[in-house]
Design a protein around this ligand. Sequence first.
Ligand SMILES: Nc1nc2c(ncn2[C@@H]2O[C@H](COP(=O)(O)OP(=O)(O)O)[C@@H](O)[C@H]2O)c(=O)[nH]1
Ligand SMILES: [Mg+2]
Length: 657
Amino acid sequence: MTKSIIVGTAGHIDHGKTALVRALTGIDADRLPEEKRRGITIDIGFADLDLGDVRVGFVDVPGHERFVKNMLAGAHGIDLVALVIAADESVMPQTREHFDICRLLNVQKGLVVITKKDLVEDDLLQLVRAEAEELVADSFLDGAPIIAVSSRTGESLEELKQVLRKIGLEVGPRSPEFVTRLPIDRSFTMRGFGAVVTGTLIAGEIAEGDELELLPARGRMRTHSIAPSLTGGFPAGAMVRVRGVQVHGSPVKRALAGQRTAINLGGVEAAAIERGMVLAEAGRLRPVQIVDARVQLLADSPRAVRSRQRLRVHLGAAEVLARVRVLEETGEIKPGAHGFVQLRFESPIVGVLGDRFILRSYSPQQTIGGGTILDAFAAKPRARDLAAIRARLKILLEGDRASQLKQFVESADRHGLRRADLAARTGWREEVIGRASQEALESGTIVDAEGVLLSRAIFDELKNKVLEEVAKHHAREPLSRGLAKETLRERRFAKAPPEIFRGVLTHLENEGTIVSEKDVVRAREHTRELSDADARLRERIEKIYQHAALSAPTLAEAFDQAGVPGSAQQHGRKVLQLLIDGGALVRVSGEMFFHRGALDDLIKKLREYASRNSDRTIDVAKFKDLAGVTRKYAIPLLEHLDRTRVTRREGDRRIIL
Ligand SMILES: Nc1nc2c(ncn2[C@@H]2O[C@H](COP(=O)(O)OP(=O)(O)O)[C@@H](O)[C@H]2O)c(=O)[nH]1
Ligand SMILES: [Mg+2]
């Protein structure tokens, strides 16, 4: 199988990057008319080279300092860097800046190509080689091949290809643990096809027919229906359909992680798509605006980073302005130092835990450092919480997946996190989230409440709150069956997802500390112990209704007969409720109650009546006769029978079921 790798050029302007790519591939990566006219690279360009078992996609970048932002749009997803140094000029400012950028983006491998070998004598070439070695010492390129070539004469190009092939074979596969993501570096309309976007597929796969999400949505795009509260108020992305996929200029069924990819999209106009947007597996990633990160400043950064500074952040193919809040006590991060910061972006970005970015000063535009996103759903920090925030960010930076997941769950506090929320923070695929949460659950530090993960400490706190509320309720209302679940939810779980409420209750029930009965919960040991007086009152009320049968008294009459004084009506109602809860009395409407026995007799009579009448129907007059009640009772009784499906109304008659 052929392996696909992406090689980015890097280096100072006019050092022969584009010429090198052309000499290797035969393709002129300077595709813009302005580039051809001026003879310089302005934007990233692409070419590809077949080396048998390795297929190289080149991203050729501009070297001019004014176009570093364009260089960054191409540099983010590369496997290898070809750091180009012209033999006649040696190391120059953008050689250093591009190299710094590669280090900050955590590029892992590469090589140094000394170009224009034909222009210099051997001793000068040795000097340039020495300078190159010095530049890359103690970096990822320390010990990497340094090859001198001439794109003009073709000298050593074959050797370079073989070295590229060899390093290419050493490049590890892209991690299969992340959801599909393609930062878009170009979009255009192709006549007859519609919108086409290109980019480096940094994770996952994209196949013809896939439904993907384009984020962040802008303008009038048809957006995905996710609750805005989940995205910090932004619409999530726009849904788009993959009409076709190309890799290295040929149509393929599916593109794989690590390939330069062109995608023909349906459902969106090219004009609505901007460089920096992201094409991703639908429903997994979300646009965000406040991000906690760790940053590293270059030793020769012209400035420190301080709170309130406005910086340019290059993330994926995007460049977005952000305001910094330094989370270190000193309030600043000095050149050469690292530290934690919060970035407040001026427009939404798409980023997850571990994403690398580059920081450039607002004006003049200079690369000052780079960083790693840790929490893409950060909250505004309070000064007194800074130490705790840093401790937390340190775990996100250094911890394993289970501890990172636990950190996210803990900071979600009482709201807990669903798996989709974790995907939006990490970009992890479902299985990875499953494994990490399994591990965290087994360690007992988090709890799964019906699919919502929350910290064990919060869960226990909620459990205690429930027990407390239930106990208080029993103390206040000893005659009540229990506390209405709805009241409990409103009181303690108003802002939490319903799963957490249900999860806490289920947990307490399984433990056997509470019992849930229909719409109420009670403590397991709660019994409604009646005083002798109340037990006798209950008996009296029941008798009154039993004797009255279908000529039921009003509540006032019943209380009167039972000897409940006006001042004890509240108490009388509670005792009455016991009869209702126990099933002896039935509320037929409002304050009209009947004894269960009387209703059962009535139903029996109705059924006998039905068996004597072939049409099984009865009208109100007949019903009054049969039941021996007045109209005042007949209508509520019939409506009750309709509701309980003993009868069914049909016009002014009832069918006895
Ligand atoms: N003599 C010589 N000239 C070269 C070589 N490679 C590039 N050049 C010239 O150097 C100039 C800049 O090359 P270009 O590829 O555009 O540089 P880039 O800005 O790094 O992309 C062009 O005029 C090239 O023809 C080389 O190996 N030998
Ligand atoms: Mg060029």
